[in-house]
Ligand binder design. Structure first.
Ligand code: PLP
Length: 402
C-alpha cells in the first residue's frame, strides 16, 4: 500500500520499544483437542500399540480424503520419501530431478536409494519447480522427477507428466512431495491423484499430525504392495495378519511402521481436517488481502487452477527499498512477538550438498532465499493474531524503509 510512512527505529521492540505482542506467536502449531487425547488414550489401553487395526483405519481415511487408491502409512515423511525413492526404481547410476526449495529430506531420499539428485531451479512467483528447468536436465540417467508442493500449492504436474513421458528412459516416475499440500487441488484434481507416488508428512507443524508420521499415496497396486513390505523389513505379512510363527522376508526393508498410537491421533485429526483447511485458507486470504500491493513486501503467487492447502505463508521482502537485510527484519519481528521463520535454505547450499555438488547454482531459489520470511499460519490463529502480524510487518518495514 502506498503512503505508508517512514518511521524511526527507536520504537522497535528490538531497540527497547514496546512490542506489538506480549505473548509470542509461533509460525506453526498443532491443534489437539479432547477427542484427540481420548483417541490416543483408548489406544494405549488397547491390545495394539504398534502397527495394528488403527493404522489401516487411518490409511482408509487418507484414501477417502484424497481419492487415492492406496495410502501406506510410514513412521515419518522422510521414511515415506525413502520408500517412494526405492519403489520408483531409483538405484546407483540413476538420477532424479528435484527442487532446491524444500526441506533436505526430499533430496536425501534420492541419495538413500543410491541415486543422485539433480536440482532444477524454481519459478520466481510460486517457488515451485520450473518445468522448463526440469526439461533441460532430463537425460539418459534420469529415472524420476521429485516435485515439491512448496507452501501447499501443487506443482505443475500436467507439464511434469508430459516431460516424464517424453524422456529417453520414459515414462519416468513422477513423485510429489506433498508434505505441505494435503487437501490442495489443481484444476479440481486432489493432491494424491496428480503423481505416481505422493508423500505426506504428519509432523506437528504440518496440516494434520500423528506426532511423527507420514504416508505414500498411489494408484498403483504393485507399488503399494512393495511399500507395505518396505516399511516392514521387507516382510510380506504384517504381524496382525499372521496365523502362526512363519513369515518371509523377501527383500531388504526397514522398520518404518507407524504406531497405532499415532494412527489413532491421525484418524481423530482427519475428522476435523476440513475445518483445519478452511481456516488455513481463510487466514491466507486475509494475509493476501492485507499485504497485496504492499510496497515493501511481495505476497506469493497462486497459479491458475490451483487451490493451495496453505501450509506456509511465505512473503518476500523488497530489499531494494529497505536499509537492512532479511536477517535484521527477521530478528526485529521476533522481538515484536511474531514468530517468523524461513523456508528454506536451498538444499544445495547446505555444507553436505555443497561438498558433493560444488558447481550447482540455482539463481532464482538463491535470490528468493535472501528475501523470504514465513509468517505465522495455523488453524488456531485468530483474526486478531493476523492483525498483529500485519501491524508488526508494517511497523518493522516502515522503520527500515530506505
Ligand atoms: C517438503 C518436506 N519434505 C519432507 C519432510 C520430512 O517430513 P518428516 O519430518 O515427517 O520426516 C518435510 C517436513 O519436515 C517437508 O517439509
Amino acid at each position: 500500500m502506498s503512503g505508508r510512512a517512514t518511521a524511526g527505529t527507536a520504537d522497535l521492540a528490538i531497540r527497547g520499544g514496546p512490542p506489538v505482542r506480549s505473548s509470542f506467536l509461533p509460525y506453526a502449531h498443532q491443534s489437539i483437542d479432547d477427542e484427540d487425547v481420548a483417541a490416543v488414550t483408548a489406544t494405549l489401553r488397547s491390545d495394539w500399540l504398534t502397527t495394528g487395526p488403527r493404522v489401516r483405519v487411518f490409511e482408509a481415511g487418507l484414501e477417502a480424503v484424497t481419492g487415492a487408491r492406496h495410502a501406506v502409512a510410514f513412521s515419518s515423511g522422510t521414511a515415506a520419501l525413502h520408500g517412494a525413492a526405492v519403489v520408483a526404481g531409483l538405484g546407483p547410476g540413476d538420477e532424479a530431478i528435484t527442487t532446491p526449495m524444500t526441506f533436505a529430506a526430499t533430496a536425501n531420499a534420492v541419495l538413500y536409494a543410491g541415486a543422485e539428485p539433480r536440482f532444477a531451479d524454481v519459478e520466481p512467483g510460486t517457488l515451485l519447480i520450473d518445468p522448463d528447468e526440469v526439461e533441460e536436465r532430463v537425460g539418459p540417467r534420469t529415472r524420476a522427477l521429485f516435485a515439491v508442493d512448496y507452501a501447499g500449492q501443487p506443482a505443475d504436474y500436467p507439464r511434469l507428466r508430459e516431460i516424464a513421458d517424453a524422456a529417453p528412459r520414459g515414462p519416468l516416475m513422477v513423485v510429489a512431495d506433498a508434505s505441505h499440500s494435503l487437501g490442495a487441488t489443481l484444476s479440481g484434481r486432489a493432491v494424491g491423484t496428480l503423481a505416481d507416488l505422493t508423500i505426506l508428512s504428519f509432523h506437528p507443524a504440518k496440516l494434520l499430525t500423528t506426532g511423527e508420521g507420514g504416508a505414500v499415496l498411489t494408484d498403483h497396486d504393485d507399488l503399494a504392495d512393495r511399500l507395505r513390505r518396505f516399511r516392514n523389513h521387507g516382510i510380506a505379512t504384517e504381524l496382525s495378519e499372521r496365523r502362526d510363527w512363519t513369515y518371509e522376508m523377501v527383500e531388504l526393508g526397514f522398520n518404518y511402521r507407524l504406531s497405532d498410537i499415532g494412527a489413532a491421533l491421525g484418524s481423530s485429526q482427519l475428522r476435523r481436517f476440513d475445518g483445519f483447511l478452511a481456516r488455513r485458507r481463510a487466514i491466507a486470504a486475509m494475509y493476501l488481502a492485507r499485504l497485496g500491493g504492499h510496497d515493501l513486501i511481495e505476497t506469493p503467487m497462486v497459479r491458475e487452477g490451483a487451490d493451495p492447502a496453505w501450509h506456509l505463508m511465505v512473503v518476500q521482502l523488497r530489499l531494494d527499498r529497505l536499509t537492512v537485510d532479511r536477517g535484521a527484519v527477521y530478528h526485529a519481528l521476533r522481538a515484536e512477538g511474531i514468530g517468523v521463520n524461513v523456508h528454506y535454505i536451498p538444499v544445495h547450499r547446505h555444507p553436505y550438498y555443497r561438498a558433493r555438488y560444488p558447481d550447482v547454482r540455482m539463481p532464482t531459489a538463491e535470490a528468493a532465499y535472501e528475501r523470504m520470511l514465513t509468517l505465522p499460519l495455523f488453524p488456531a490463529m485468530t483474526d486478531g493474531d493476523v492483525d498483529d502480524v500485519v501491524a508488526a510487518l508494517d511497523k518493522v518495514t516502515a522503520a527500515y524503509r530506505a
